[in-house]
Design a protein around this ligand. Sequence first.
Ligand code: UDP
Length: 237
Amino acid sequence: MPTPYHRVLLKLSGEVFGGGGIGVDPDVVAAKAREIADVVNAGVQVAIVVGGGNFFRGAELQQRGMDRDRADYMGMLGTVMNCLALQDFCEKEGVATRVQTAIAMGQVAEPYIPRKAERHLEKGRVVIFGAGSGMPYFSTDTVAAQRALEIGADALLMGKQGTDGVYDCDPQTHPEAKKFDELTYDEFLARDLKVADATAVAMARDNDLTMIFFNLEKRGNIAKVIAGEPIGTTVHR
Ligand code: UDP
């Protein structure tokens, strides 16, 4: 498969894993694992950050009376369940994987050790990063940008639910919304667009990391975005 990338960081929205509901839809995760196996077998190094929106979002639990810090830890633990489901289905596809978490849980995952993650990637293993940053008040989008930078990924590929890129306003509520093929980091931030966390975009801008937003729900899109097909929105300098 011709590709402009040697190593990518794939951010997978938790919502997609839930297939629209709470918890994990094994059929959806199996389908994503098959797509990931195809690109890994084509020689691309793939690291993944999985979200947790299909389980808990700290800010939402806070609105319903929970302490934000504890709710955020619940959110982070939710991401680990997604990691284990993805690991399982990737290994059923014959792809070696390692899960590394930012919160220590030795029975189920390695701790986050960036240099070790790079070694795994060099050996063709998929590395799945879980438990976010281990810190409340962050999002998995921001973690994805940080991990992409730390492991030297060529691009940050943001797989989203419910949108095929970045729009000037919410396409769900504004049918006239216009999709961008390309956008600068500063434009993204100035428009206060909600498709990704502003902290993630600012971190990408400050370190010149290209972000590509695409629809994760559509089968085949992981291979297309890694092949460099213009299926979403590229955010760069
Ligand atoms: N979270 C956190 N710190 C992190 C990453 C995630 O506290 O470094 C919590 C936060 O409550 C967040 C939840 O985990 O709402 C799930 O992550 P996120 O909302 O980013 O998942 P996604 O929307 O990508 O599925």
